[in-house]
Design a binder for this molecule. Structure first.
Ligand SMILES: Nc1ncnc2c1ncn2[C@@H]1O[C@H](COP(=O)(O)OP(=O)(O)O)[C@@H](O)[C@H]1O
Ligand SMILES: [Mg+2]
Length: 250
């Protein structure tokens, strides 16, 4: 891998019941980049992330995360990355603070260092005032922010965020996206974020990949995507317009 490439997929394929959910996917993500992985439901986004995490094995092709093969070194890869699941599971009886303590323990972060990271993460996601409440009493938005705080406590080099705004109203979605961009930029964390919300991802991502039926039909900056597919240079196009264009052609 080139020195600044931290995630690479080549011809990555996953078949379920003989049909490709992910079909010869090739892409690279650079250190510090926020990469938006976009596509409608069923496009294969979650399946791709699971292969990056070593949680399911590819049927073909290769994946490298920080130079490692997640299928062969799943534990080492998991140690270096953060993962926000599409449907996060929490222990409802733990408080927010206890949940973060649990994550710190799991990752061997102890003592003053753990306390400091937990305080910081709670503050950063705006949960300090709710830290002693049980997670079972949290709203969906609070749980989402707690999930992100777990990643901040671990402080990995790469974060995989699968639909981090799922189930949030538009305003909360915007705030969550801003939070992701601000905190990941400040910590120089590389982010691969999946979403079906095109205009929101367009706002915070450096680069986008558009996935339809298991294939990456387009990849690049908004400007590049607009120029390629719509034949324009500087004009503003919403991702919806670009996306519909690809969708019709595929
Ligand atoms: N464990 C599984 N067994 C069989 N089919 C699956 C499984 N997981 C996902 N699929 C299928 O693979 C396709 C891609 O799913 P998924 O990766 O969840 O897409 P997305 O996250 O983009 O919504 C879908 O057609 C889905 O039904
Ligand atoms: Mg999904």
């Amino acid at each position: 891998m080139e020195p600044n490439i931290v995630i690479e997929a080549r011809d990555l394929t996953k078949n379920y019941n003989g049909r490709p959910a992910v079909d010869h996917l090739t892409f690279r993500i650079r250190e510090g980049e926020i990469f938006g992985f976009l596509g409608p439901n069923g496009a294969g986004k979650t399946t791709t992330l699971l292969m990056m995490l070593g949680l399911t094995e590819p049927s073909g092709g290769t994946v490298r995360v920080l130079g490692m093969d997640p299928a062969r070194e799943p534990i080492r890869v998991k140690r270096e990355i953060g993962y926000l699941q599409e449907n996060m599971g929490f222990y409802r009886d733990l408080t927010g603070r206890q949940s973060l303590q649990f994550i710190a323990d799991l990752n061997g972060i102890t003592g003053d260092e753990a306390d400091k990271r937990i305080e910081e993460a709670l503050e950063e996601v705006g949960l300090t005032a709710e830290a002693e409440k049980k997670v079972g009493a949290y709203s969906r938005g609070m749980r989402q922010r707690l999930g992100f705080a777990e990643i901040l406590v671990k402080a990995p080099k790469i974060a995989f965020l699968d639909e981090p705004t799922l189930g949030l109203d538009p305003e909360a979605t915007g705030r969550m996206m801003d939070l992701i961009r601000d905190l990941c930029t400040r910590r120089n964390m590389t982010v691969m974020l999946s979403s079906h919300l095109l205009h929101q991802a367009q706002r915070i991502c450096h680069r986008l990949g558009i996935m339809i039926h298991g294939r990456m039909v387009a990849e690049g900056t908004m400007e590049k995507l607009a120029a390629e597919k719509l034949g324009v240079g500087q004009e503003q196009y919403s991702l919806e317009e670009i996306y519909m264009k690809y969708f019709k052609e595929s």
